[in-house]
Design a protein around this ligand. Structure first.
Ligand code: PMP
Length: 281
């Protein structure tokens, strides 16, 4: 729990931060969010996270702020909360007006909220985890980091009931992503991941892992894989800002490879750790 949060120009204790019941975030989930990791007081991949924040706001025509505004908010969140390792959360909604109407009645000021929560910096190779297959029931603009997350929540509940850390989502058998992560598969030494389009959120960790894979001279194909190929995969992992690179050893009853963390996954985890170390140097 952070000590101080930012809301519309004020720094407040979390329980003091309140928005109107007419806020369009509350009434319509009319807003977007962004999550940015902080390692030892320094934002990691900040430029990429801010670029995605700008893209999300532009996609739904909510007025934005310049980079300097977001950068100073990041610096102040870290300083005021004295947190060295954390996850920054930004949320912007279209704002509030005292009439519920699908279309705003006039120009309104966006609601801007920001907080930071603790994050543990880890350097280990995570144990392979289980995921479960689910039909992707979400809308068709998954590229926008919308606060409308009902589909993601229902899918995560299903995964939890089946003792899995994440659902693996597919549309007609073609794997899209997780409910809060992107998937990568390895087959015959080639790394596959779904291409960026309206069906997935362009994960910043996904993009960073692709960059590391290119530096390691791995063969990479931004092509989706099919659920019928799962049993033949050599390795599988997911990526996200909070989990970084997480090996997946099992999908439903299918064991991936031998159920252990595969060599390419391990190589990428080590490269990821090295990039974090370089960021901190
Ligand atoms: N896909 C979805 C649907 C997500 O919610 C997230 C995490 N916000 C990701 C992928 C991973 O994105 P990132 O690597 O930027 O955390």
């Amino acid at each position: 729990m952070s000590d101080l949060v930012y809301l519309n120009g004020e720094w407040l204790a979390p329980e003091q931060a309140k928005v109107s019941v007419f806020d369009r975030g509350f009434l319509f989930a009319d807003g977007i969010y962004e999550v940015m990791p902080i390692y030892q007081g320094r934002p990691f991949l900040a430029t990429q996270h801010l670029a995605r924040l700008h893209r999300s706001l532009a996609a739904i025509a909510i007025p934005d702020q310049p980079d300097e505004f977001w950068q100073s908010l990041v610096a102040e969140l870290i300083e005021r909360n004295g947190l060295q390792n954390g996850l920054i959360y930004f949320q912007v909604t279209r704002g509030a007006e005292t009439k519920r109407s699908h279309l705003p009645q006039g120009p309104i000021t966006p609601t801007i909220f920001a907080s930071i929560s603790p994050l543990e910096l880890h350097w280990d190779i995570p144990k392979p985890a289980k995921a479960v297959l689910c039909e992707d029931i979400r809308w068709l603009r998954c590229d926008i980091k919308s606060i409308s997350l009902l589909g993601n929540i229902v899918l995560k509940q299903y995964a939890q009931q089946h003792h899995a850390i994440e659902p693996m989502l597919h549309r007609d058998g073609v794997v899209t992503e997780g409910a809060s992560s992107n998937y990568f598969a390895v087959k015959d030494g080639v790394l596959y991941t779904a291409p960026t389009n309206h069906l997935i959120l362009p994960g910043i960790t996904r993009m960073w892992v692709l960059q590391l894979a290119h530096q390691l001279k791995l063969t990479v194909r931004e092509e989706p894989f099919h659920i019928s190929e799962l049993a033949q995969l050599d390795e599988l992992f997911l990526t996200s800002s909070s989990r970084e690179v997480q090996p997946i050893g099992q999908i439903d009853d299918i064991i991936i490879g031998n159920g252990r963390c595969g060599p390419l996954t391990q190589q990428l985890i080590e490269a990821f750790h090295a990039s974090k170390r370089a960021h901190l140097a």
